[in-house]
Design a protein around this ligand. Structure first.
Ligand SMILES: C[S@@+](CC[C@H](N)C(=O)[O-])C[C@H]1O[C@@H](n2cnc3c(N)ncnc32)[C@H](O)[C@@H]1O
Length: 355
């Protein structure tokens, strides 16, 4: 097997219906261990990669998060086992930035990383620092007892199901071979009960053909996080929308996009394995599920505003001196509404101890 499209064609041929839910195709395209966009190892993010993230802007994002984590540590009474937990750590850049900003505080850093290639890349970058790894959130069921969990652009990379309003009901979009070299979408009944349960709550007054993404993986993830042992806070930064905003006519094609060399389009079945596939996350649904599982909302706002508030203690710590020009540019990129300040949003959730 030499390419992801060939692997997908073989999978489709081996499936009695000849089709697969889009979520399985996205899983393969992103996480196949040899040919997946992410599965094969951490690719470059930033100017030389396919897209920018708040981490690739520079170390200021990590610095602000480090200061927020320190505040959490103090608010919890400075517990000795306090740990910063990161998931979606990619090549370890954010972990490095946070630990550089923490200096010699001795606060531990734990990375949740299922992929061994990523763990190796992270370990190389973070050699000599107090970092540990676990493979999944299931490993956080008994410890640590106190933590600040953070992630940047994680749930937007989870595989999603696609559903389409046909004028009478919501149908799932499956993927099949077009008989030649390409793939196409075909509608059908929902492939699982969890998807059916989500679809029941969707509106019926949208234009025929309106597409929505259903991120079941994100819902399972926030539930797992809610049931982990630690007490503290959860910080989630990502691009996304409130539920209502997904229903605008201008978003009738959904928000799933592919990224390649800083170009973005909706041809999500083309270039499988070579392009990033990503969706806006539904913050309303994320927060609703979080609250249902015992978490409490502390903040939910545009990234520009949340980081602006976090920056107050950083600016105070400068005691009247000016940040250098590069740091000011990073602050602008992260917070200006025309740059990352409005398209990205942050949620901070209160995490009670696990039951
Ligand atoms: C869009 S990238 C963001 C990388 C980095 N956080 C940043 O902001 O530059 C998404 C990352 O999430 C990782 N990822 C996806 N699912 C994951 C999971 N279940 N556990 C840990 N990492 C995951 C991918 O491997 C990828 O590195």
């Amino acid at each position: 097997m030499s390419s992801l499209p060939q692997i997908l064609r073989a999978k489709l041929a081996a499936t009695p219906s000849g089709r697969l839910p889009f979520a399985q195709v996205m899983e393969l395209a992103l996480y196949h261990p040899e040919h997946g966009y992410y599965g094969a190892g951490p690719r470059k993010i930033g100017r030389q990669g396919d897209f920018f993230t708040s981490v690739s802007v520079g170390p200021l994002f990590g610095k602000l998060l480090a200061m927020r984590a320190l505040q959490e540590w103090r608010d919890l009474g400075e517990p000795a086992d306090f740990t910063i937990i990161e998931q979606g750590a990619h090549d370890g850049q954010l972990a490095e930035d946070v630990m550089d900003a923490l200096g010699g505080t001795g606060i531990r850093y734990l990375i949740v990383e299922p992929n061994a290639r990523y763990r190796e890349a992270q370990a190389r970058r973070l050699e000599g620092r107090p970092v540990h790894w676990v493979e999944s959130l299931a490993d956080l069921k008994t410890s640590p007892a106190h933590a600040f969990f953070l992630c940047n652009e994680l749930p937007d990379a989870f595989p999603v199901h696609l559903v389409r309003w046909n004028g009478e009901r919501w149908e799932e979009l499956f993927v099949e071979s077009d008989g030649a070299e390409a793939f196409r979408f075909i509608p059908g009944d929902c492939s699982c009960g969890n998807l059916e349960a989500e679809v029941k709550h969707l509106p019926h007054d949208l234009a025929t053909g309106h597409v929505l993404e259903i991120n079941l993986a994100m819902l399972a993830w926030i539930r797992d996080l809610a049931h982990s042992a630690f007490r503290g806070a959860i910080f989630i930064a990502d691009y996304g929308l409130d539920a209502e905003e997904f229903h605008a006519d201008a978003r009738a094609e959904g928000t799933i996009r592919r990224y390649h060399q800083h170009q973005m389009d909706g041809q999500v079945l083309a270039g499988l394995g070579e392009c990033d596939l990503t969706t806006h996350i539904n913050f309303t649904r994320l927060i609703e599920e979080a609250l249902r599982h015992g978490l409490a909302q502390r903040e939910y706002d545009l990234q520009g505003r949340v980081l602006g508030r976090m920056a107050t203690s950083w600016i105070q710590s400068l005691e009247g001196s000016q940040p250098d020009a590069a740091t000011m540019r990073q602050f602008q990129s992260l917070t200006h509404p025309a740059l990352m300040g409005r398209s990205f949003r942050c949620v901070i959730l209160e995490k009670p101890p696990g039951r």
